[in-house]
Design a protein around this ligand. Structure first.
Ligand SMILES: Nc1ncnc2c1ncn2[C@@H]1O[C@H](COP(=O)(O)OP(=O)(O)OP(=O)(O)O)[C@@H](O)[C@H]1O
Ligand SMILES: [Mg+2]
Length: 347
């Protein structure tokens, strides 16, 4: 068994003390008296044992005090509970403290990495927000300038530009609302108001609400026969309505412009429901699919459609589903369509 640091030092100290005593004893007795070896032979083990125990005790105390300072510095020692490492004396304390400090430095390294990531995320987030706000603000500025430059008197121009202005303002309002929503969700402020509700009725209600928009995009929404009237879910109804709206809104925006079909179905799935929102639209390229739930992420395909989204809808959807401890996934094929599936608790 390896000796602890204090025992090691105590041993060296005891040997040196015994040697010193023996030399002094021999010198004194050779100088002043006749040399008698017997007392020396009795004293040597006594002095050795005595020196060993005293030094061990003192060094032990000393090291313990020093270690306490180190533990306190790295925040491991709370006044009320001394770490067991300080009581345990089986192995070398310095080795223990070495491993503790190493572990501590690794933790700190990880913390610093996380903070760096967070700082980068914040920078990116702010950049994205200002980018998203810039487009409608500059548009509004352009429309207002055109109106001021004489467009106001032109009956055809003024109405068209005011309508455009309103559209840009609506886009800004939608963005601010989404930002507010995501901030709430991420700060954990969102408290779910779970209730039992009829899933069929809710889906029908959302379809009625979105039908007009779908029709404007040459799209129809169908409720698949797998969704029956008796399906009851336990969740925050308002939030789940929002999930449906965001998914159907995407299915319309990125749907098939020549005749879009959005199909909503629901299956029993291990005591849960599996709800699917499927479209026959532009699809998501395979290399982008893992990023669609990221905030502000939009694929190149969707950007080219100029639908005016900010890329927050799916991030909000994912937050809501995960707050319910459920899951959401996506399958897609470019040019063929996309299916979003999420689970809900059966009531
Ligand atoms: N049904 C879909 N078909 C094809 N691509 C989709 C579909 N749903 C989402 N995407 C892709 O995922 C991106 C992110 O979607 P998300 O709903 O988060 O943002 P958005 O619709 O662009 O904007 P917002 O919802 O904030 O108005 C979209 O921009 C689009 O590229
Ligand atoms: Mg969206």
């Amino acid at each position: 068994m390896p000796l602890s640091a204090s025992k090691h030092i105590a041993l060296i100290n005891a040997v040196l003390t015994t040697l010193l005593f023996s030399v002094v004893y021999i010198i004194i007795f050779l100088s002043f008296f006749t040399f008698k070896p017997l007392p020396l032979l009795i004293f040597i083990p006594l002095i050795f044992v005595f020196a060993y125990f005293i030094s061990n005790l003192l060094f032990d105390q000393y090291i313990k005090e020093k270690l306490k300072v180190i533990y306190k510095t790295i925040g491991l020692l709370k006044p009320e509970n001394e770490p067991p490492l300080l009581k345990k004396r089986k192995t070398d304390e310095l080795e223990i403290v070495n491993s503790v400090v190493l572990k501590w430095s690794e933790e700190k390294k990880k913390e610093i990495e996380e903070l760096k990531e967070l700082a980068a995320y914040r920078r990116e987030f702010l950049g994205n927000i200002s980018h998203e706000l810039k487009t409608p603000i500059f548009n509004i500025q352009g429309y207002v300038l055109t109106l001021l430059d004489g467009g106001l008197d032109d009956k055809l121009v003024n109405e068209k530009f005011l309508q455009k202005t309103e559209k840009s303002i609506n886009r800004m309002i939608a963005l601010v609302e989404e930002l507010e929503e995501i901030a709430k969700l991420e700060s954990g402020e969102l408290v779910l108001k779970e209730e039992v509700f009829n899933l069929y009725d809710l889906t029908r209600e959302v379809i009625d609400f979105m039908e007009m928009k779908a029709a404007n995009h040459n799209t129809k929404i169908v409720l698949h026969s797998s969704m029956n009237r008796s399906m009851k879910a336990r969740a925050d109804k308002k939030r789940i309505r929002q999930v449906f709206i965001n998914l159907i809104d995407n299915a319309i925006k990125y749907g098939n412009q020549k005749g879009g079909v959005i199909r909503i179905s629901c299956y029993n799935f291990h005591n849960n429901y599996l709800v699917e929102v499927q479209d026959n639209g532009i699809g998501i390229p395979e290399e982008n699919i893992h990023r669609v739930f990221e905030r502000f992420y939009r694929t190149e395909l969707s950007r080219s459609r100029d639908t005016g989204g900010s890329g927050l809808g799916l991030a909000i959807v994912k937050h809501i589903i995960e707050a319910h401890r459920q899951t959401i996934s996506v399958r897609s094929k470019e040019g063929e369509g996309t299916t979003f599936s999420f689970t809900l608790k059966m009531a």
